[in-house]
Write a protein of this length. Structure first.
Lengths: 442, 297
């Protein structure tokens, strides 16, 4: 079985919400839709106070290159266009909508029938992805229309679908594969057409045998979709690692996957692509996992974006357990702790992970003993212990020379460190400094 | 045997003399002629290499002084007027009297210590924490409390206070500005020490709207503008929901301190017992009532 060659770790999988079927989360009374739900500049609000909006109506328009459209997840009246604090307490521009009924845009096909044929040309597909505000749902929320618009002179040879879901606890992609395999495969076919590649490979880790069996079964009906079982290893779902695992190619330092002829997309994104292209439904919903060892029940939900964390917690488990230490958006390896539970969820949120106080605390830090575990674990072949020292002493030039910018912030170094040194944090700080230094030099 | 030793000593000795002569000639030929004044100026400087002057270190500052020939735009903050006068004498130019400055931490510790809203257990670095989230206090503008400023200070003049916000030791502070540069939130500002070390400043940098700022911190400046109105010398301006006192205009009358509804304006160095406890609440009530009544009527 294939896997990527360098580094990697084996965190506890904890896929305890695997068997929870996707439920629909009811809509709250008020929705706050952030304008900055993607990588890049915030969208510009195109509605005003008092405007009536329908589900799927455009409320934030992408006016710069690196931006994505934002649509209303609910129907109702716009209360105000203001700012709202996100999950980390940072103020961002937002549209507040008072929910009234559930009136959808007429263009959206809400029938449960599966629509297979796609007659659109590749250019039209990309344009529609932009119109529907599709972003990558693997975590980075990279606007899809930029990714699928292959620059001149470059050619895509492989489309790789990331269904590795290597992050502990997360099961949303798994549920999508089990429940919406056919839709996903149609979405993959559409993306294949947009890129003009002969084959698409779905990388699934072998700890999901049911998903592998089911996807293989469904993919047989489609031309050029190959399921590729992968050996379990974190961070298999990282773009560069997945390319290495599936094709054996290596993305050179400072280059993009397209430079080696690869385009990687998340499984959740393919479902969103299907809904956008075939059903005219913009990206207004997230599929997310509500999980945690101490929770009375485990859930997978389909949630409208703009639902607050508190609403999700109240609906799914009532209230947080007394011993809760952290609520994390994302998995245990790369997720971020949420400090503001009144914040709305955004595109790309994949989970609400409730961790116990004892489980969530970092261990006490001690000195580096030069054991080299972090080097062995690093999937990019970097030297985290060295960066730690360089960053601490402000030696930014040297950190850059040792390719600190190649770090994908997967957290393997911190995970493997017996001294509990916050290596990933230090590297992220170092990356910021290097970027600042490069910007100052320009 | 002795002969061999003798030969070795002679050969090595001769080589040594030869190379010494060579080195001497080369050193003379490629001698770097440096103004002896630079050494003299460098001698006068404190030698902390703090970089507060904007130069790489004390030597670089001395070079700049000598090169320029006068002291315009150059100032050694740690050395203060005493050092500046000495350099002026050496260079034979006049030196402007500078006002003594001090670093001021503009954050009120309302949500620190036991009242923290979250528990940060990542890398103890303000520069990093600022990129992750708002910080433990919940205020997106305020002090993060990891002590980047403490690490930056070369004069042992800033320390973490009991409530998680740094405290400046005004006697040790040389106003080099290293802490202000190290602070990712720009909470620390250099302000004048003031007459008799008495100074008044807005101890908040929160630019959020009043209600939002109040949610972040009960001591936040809400930009109500009361201080702006009460100031007799128009030293106070409110921009972006944040009040700022221009220290060059401020006469330290402390009318704004009494007026501030959130106690965001701080006074330092005033004799405490005579003024502080008694008249303050009265003054607040006296001003609050007349404002409230006409509104009702």
């Amino acid at each position: 079985m294939k896997t990527f060659k360098m580094g990697g770790v084996h965190p506890e999988e904890n896929k305890i919400s695997n068997d929870a079927a996707i439920e629909v989360m009811p809509v709250g009374k008020q929705m706050v839709v952030l304008m900055n739900q993607h990588l890049g500049a915030p969208a510009t609000p195109v509605v005003q106070k008092g405007d009536k909006v329908k589900v799927g109506q455009l409320i934030g328009e992408a006016q710069t290159f690196m931006c994505a459209n934002v649509h209303s997840p609910v129907s109702g009246t716009v209360l105000k266009v203001d700012s709202c604090k996100d999950a980390f307490g940072i103020s961002k521009p937002a549209v507040y909508i008072n929910v009234e009924g559930d009136e959808w845009m007429e263009s959206i096909d809400r029938t449960p029938d599966i629509k297979r044929e796609c007659t659109l040309e590749p250019k039209e597909i990309v344009a529609k992805l932009k119109e529907m505000g599709i972003v990558g749902l693997g975590g980075a929320t990279f606007p899809a229309h930029i990714k699928y618009n292959i620059p001149e002179g470059k050619k895509a040879e492989y489309l790789i679908i990331n269904a590795a879901e290597c992050e502990p606890y997360l099961t949303s992609d798994y549920r999508v594969m089990i429940e919406h395999a056919e839709e996903c495969c149609i979405g993959i076919s559409i993306l294949r057409k947009a890129l003009g590649v002969p084959n698409a490979y779905i990388g699934i880790e072998s700890n999901k045998p049911q998903a592998i069996a089911h996807m293989t079964e469904v993919a047989r009906q489609f031309e050029g979709i190959i399921v590729e079982p992968l050996k379990v290893k974190y961070p298999q779902g990282a773009e560069k690692q997945l390319i290495n695992a599936v094709t054996g190619r290596k993305v050179p330092s400072g280059k993009l996957p397209i430079d080696v002829g690869c385009v990687v997309s998340n499984m959740g994104t393919t479902f969103a692509v299907y809904e956008a292209i075939q059903k005219n439904k913009p990206l207004i919903e997230n599929i997310l996992t509500v999980t945690g060892k101490k929770l009375p029940s485990q859930h997978n939900y389909i949630v409208r974006i703009g639902t607050t964390y508190n609403e999700i917690i109240n609906h799914s488990i009532g209230h947080l357990p007394e011993t809760t230490g952290k609520v994390i958006s994302g998995g245990t390896m790369m997720g971020k702790a949420v400090v503001n539970l009144d914040a709305p969820t955004v595109k790309g949120n994949s989970s609400v992970l409730v961790m116990d106080e004892a489980e969530s605390r970092r261990g006490a830090e001690s000195n580096c003993i030069r054991c080299g575990k972090c080097m062995n674990a690093c999937p990019m072949g970097l030297e985290p212990y060295l960066f730690s020292a360089l960053v601490k002493n402000g030696r930014t030039e040297e950190a850059k020379a040792h390719n600190i910018l190649d770090c994908i912030e997967c957290g393997c170094c911190f995970f493997s460190c017996p001294a509990n040194k916050p290596l990933t944090d230090e590297i992220r700080l170092g990356k910021n400094r290097v970027r600042a230094m490069m910007a100052a030099k320009k | 045997m002795t002969q061999q030793i003798l030969i070795a000593v002679i050969v090595l000795g001769a080589l040594g003399i030869l190379f010494a002569a060579l080195l001497y000639i080369v050193a003379q030929k490629f001698k770097v002629v440096e103004d002896p004044l630079i050494d003299e100026v460098a001698e006068v400087l404190p030698g902390a290499n703090c970089g507060g002057c904007g130069k790489a270190g004390c030597r670089a500052f001395a070079e700049a002084c000598v090169q320029q020939g006068n002291m315009e735009g150059l100032r050694c903050a740690p050395g203060g007027d005493a050092v500046m006068q000495k350099i002026g004498q050496l260079l034979g130019c006049s030196v402007e009297q500078g006002e003594p400055m001090v670093a001021v931490v503009r954050c009120n510790p309302a949500n620190c210590g036991d009242k923290r809203r979250s528990n940060y257990d990542g890398l103890r670095s303000c520069a990093f924490e600022a990129t992750v989230y708002t910080g433990e206090s919940g205020c997106p503008f305020g002090c993060l409390g990891c002590g980047d400023c403490v690490a930056a200070c070369q004069f042992d003049a800033i320390h973490m206070g009991p409530d998680g916000v740094p405290v400046v030791d005004a006697d040790k502070c040389t106003a080099c500005g290293a802490c202000a540069k190290a602070c990712p939130r720009r909470v620390i500002e250099l302000r004048n020490k003031g007459r008799k070390d008495r100074r008044v400043y807005v101890s908040c940098v929160n630019k959020e709207k009043g209600a939002v700022a109040m949610k972040s911190c009960s001591n936040a400046c809400i930009g109500c503008g009361k201080c702006e109105k009460v100031c007799p010398v128009s030293a106070i301006t409110v921009t972006d929901n944040l009040s700022y006192i221009d220290y060059t205009k401020c006469i330290a009358c402390r009318k704004c301190v009494v007026e501030c509804p959130t106690k965001a304006i701080k006074d330092v160095g005033f004799p405490a017992p005579a003024v502080k406890p008694a008249p303050k609440p009265e003054a607040v009530e006296a001003t609050a009532q007349p404002v409230a009544e006409p509104a009702k009527a």
